[in-house]
Design a protein around this ligand. Structure first.
Ligand code: NDP
Length: 285
């Protein structure tokens, strides 16, 4: 079997079009743009690019995307004051603080200052708790994007054996919660898991979110499995690769995401979707 490639760019474009339609309907009905405010502290080169892309993506979807840059020397209090000001503004629907913050800043305090209803990254403990208890919430963008990719395959998740490799708060754990909420039988593997290959071989759905090139070997993939590769790594040749040995896995899987062009484009699309969801919820309440 050779897998069908799950084209994240094309699916993300579809999500962004849906978001643009909802944002336009919101503007017509409520007389203002859906608004996302992005806070960037410091000059980390990758973060500068990511935050600019987020603001630009908002504008392309007919939303307001504003980037607030703060010096690396800002204190926790400075950042808290900025975040609290944005949260208090009724015209602001989503507030995102770009991570990582400089080391001297209390990241937990800053993330907790983003009101749950404007927490479009889905990192606030209230959203994490609501997800764990199966209640509606804003869901972390990358796992939300993975679910959308899985939905595009049409493969039934109910009763399926799913293995999530990685247990971070941002990807692995919420991914497992989302799969569980859709009635998959979920195993979470991590760095202490024994015999990872045996665990992955059981899986009809594999989500790899580790950050190690080709950790998941092609011969571990159960024939016909769906493989979602979240990892973004540079291999020894400087090429971007995922956590799954793509060349091996593509011969066995039914569906597989490429890296780049799989999960990556979905993350920003789901950020836009979360922002419009937050705006719609704010006017409905
Ligand atoms: P973290 O470093 O926070 O978590 C990595 C997880 O992998 C941990 O749970 C760790 O286990 C586990 N792990 C490490 N080594 C092994 C191993 N040998 N076997 C099994 N599990 C292992 O990473 P993130 O979750 O933030 O990100 C994961 C990857 O996804 C990275 O490559 C990142 O760049 C990428 N990413 C991509 C995004 C996108 O938009 N496409 C967005 C976010 C992340 P333990 O808990 O025991 O330490």
């Amino acid at each position: 079997m050779t897998a069908t490639i799950l084209d994240g760019k094309a699916i993300a474009a579809k999500v962004r079009k849906e978001v643009a339609e909802r944002a336009s309907a919101f503007r017509i009905r409520h007389g203002r743009l859906v608004g996302l405010e992005v806070v960037l502290v410091g000059d980390d080169a990758a973060s500068v690019v990511y935050t600019r892309n987020k603001a630009k993506a908002c504008e392309e979807a007919g939303m307001r995307g504003v980037l607030h840059r703060m010096p690396a020397s800002s204190s926790t209090q400075d950042v808290l004051a900025k975040v609290r000001g944005l949260v208090a503004d009724a015209s602001v629907d989503g507030v995102l603080v770009q991570l990582p913050l400089p080391k001297h800043i209390d990241t937990t305090a800053v993330l907790d200052a983003v009101a749950p209803e404007k927490d479009v990254d889905g990192f606030h403990p209230v959203n994490v708790g609501r997800l764990a208890s199966g209640r509606p919430c804003l869901v972390s963008c990358t796992p939300a994007g993975c679910m959308r990719l899985l939905d595009e395959t049409g493969v039934s998740l109910a009763g399926a054996r799913a293995v999530v490799v990685g247990r971070s708060t941002i990807v692995g754990k919420p991914m497992a919660q989302l799969l569980l909420a859709r009635d998959a039988t979920v195993t979470i593997a991590h760095s202490k898991t024994r015999d990872l290959g045996d665990v992955v071989r059981e899986a009809e759905i594999v989500v790899a979110a580790v950050g190690r090139p080709a950790l998941v070997r092609g011969d571990w993939i159960r024939p016909g499995a769906v493989v979602i590769d979240v990892g973004i790594n540079r291999n020894d040749d400087g090429k971007l690769v995922g956590d799954v040995d793509f060349a091996g896995a593509v011969e066995r899987a039914s569906w597989i995401t490429p890296v780049p062009g799989g999960v990556g484009p979905m993350t920003i699309a789901m950020l836009l979707a979360n922002t419009v969801q937050a705006a719609e919820a704010a006017v409905a309440s």
